[in-house]
Every structure is written in structure tokens, then in C-alpha cells.
Design a protein around this ligand. Sequence first.
Ligand code: OAD
Length: 225
Amino acid sequence: MRIVVLTGAGISAESGLRTFRAEDGLWEDHRVEDVATPEAFSRDPVLVHRFYNARRAAVADAQPNAAHHALADLARKHDLTLVTQNVDDLHERGGSPYVIHMHGEVKRALCASCGHRWPSPLVMDVTTPCPACANLTARPDIVWFGEMPYHMDEISEELERADLFAAIGTSGNVYPAAGFVQLARQFRAHCVELNLDRSSVSRNFHEHLTGPATQIVPEWVARLD
Ligand code: OAD
């Protein structure tokens, strides 16, 4: 059985990492959308670096939870493609051997001038030079609003071949990820949503498992054995 799993911020919530659309959705009085765009970075790079330095520190303090570990088990037993919108590394630290980070990774840096990528220091700022071209144009290697998510060809191919598609802890507000269920369904995959609540695209799933990820993901993985 070929399985594609898409994860979102909800899978890391019980590890202590904030989701994007819970509570008031604000960070120091800024809308997340106002610090996660290329325009925001051009306008105020100090603010944007501060935002991602805080995310990087939070990720470094967080530990993978039972849901991350359960998906690592699933990869040992089935043909699994794990796609995440999360920029944390909790899937990797939870034992998943291969993770597609479609929205980038907070622990990586990207040079806006030459495109070089490298492991980011814990704290980045406007004086961080690119190790390849030395320009002071280092940015987090994160896909911002208005930018093209990574690895879309590989993800589409896997969705077209999937027998089972599961979306875990994602609100279905951000495309193209929110549209994966429609593509998988069109290609005849059984589609399951695992979430605390219904998402914006719930109606497209065949099955819904409702509850905290640390409970429902291990239960679902055990059922697939
Ligand atoms: P959201 O914050 O939009 O949604 C989080 C989802 O997780 C919601 O549907 C919650 O109901 C669910 N949830 C919360 N706690 C949970 C728990 N303990 N167990 C199970 N589910 C839980 O996060 P995403 O959908 O991941 O993009 O957001 C998508 C993208 O929007 C992010 O990747 C980010 C953001 O802008 C970029 O940074 C490019």
C-alpha cells in the first residue's frame, strides 16, 4: 500500500510549538502574514530575522511527540511519503528517514543573491554573510507567502500513485497543500483527516479522526498494521 501523509502545525502543537491560526494568530502585534513574505523581508529584515530567530529557538527546545514517532514507525512498515508544511525538524528527530519540507526549514539559510543554501546559525541577522558569495543577503530558507513551495513535482507524482492519503493537523487554509486531498481523491486514494477539529477542506475526505494528534495518530498507525 502506498501512503502519502501531509502534516501541518497541529502535529507539533503538543510539542509546545504554536500553530499559525490558533489564538489570535498574532506575533508581537504583527500578523504572521506580515512577517512571512518577501515584501516584509525587504521592508524590515531586522523584524523578520527576529521572528525566525524566535521560531528557531522554540524548535531547538521542543521534542518530538508520540505522533511524530508513530509516523516514523509507519515508514518502517509501509511505503510512506511524508510531506510536511512544518519548518521544524521534529519528524527527523522522531525517527522519520525521509521528510519532504514543502515550506522549507527553519534550520537552513538561503542566500537571496546567489541561491546558496547552508545550515543556519541559531541566530541570524542582517550582518550574516553568505558563505558562498559573501553578500549580506542571508534569509531563512522558508517558503514565504507568494513564493512557490518546494518539491511540488515529486509530491504530485506521489499523490497520483497513493492508495491512502492522510492530512494531519493542518487547517486547509494554505494552497497548494490544501488541494492535495482533491488530487489524491481524483486518483482514487482513500482520504483520511486527523485533526482536533474539522478543517476548511474537511468535506473532501472520506474519513475523519478527531482528537489530539498524540492520541489519534498512534491509534491510526496501529490500525494499519
Ligand atoms: P494552522 O495553524 O493553520 O492549523 C493548525 C491545525 O492543527 C488546525 O486545523 C488545528 O485544528 C489543528 N490542531 C491544533 N492542535 C492540534 C493537535 N494537538 N492535534 C491535532 N490537530 C491539532 O497550521 P497549518 O495548516 O500547518 O506556512 O498552516 C499552513 C501554513 O500556514 C504553514 O505551513 C505556514 C502558515 O502560513 C508558511 O510558513 C509558508
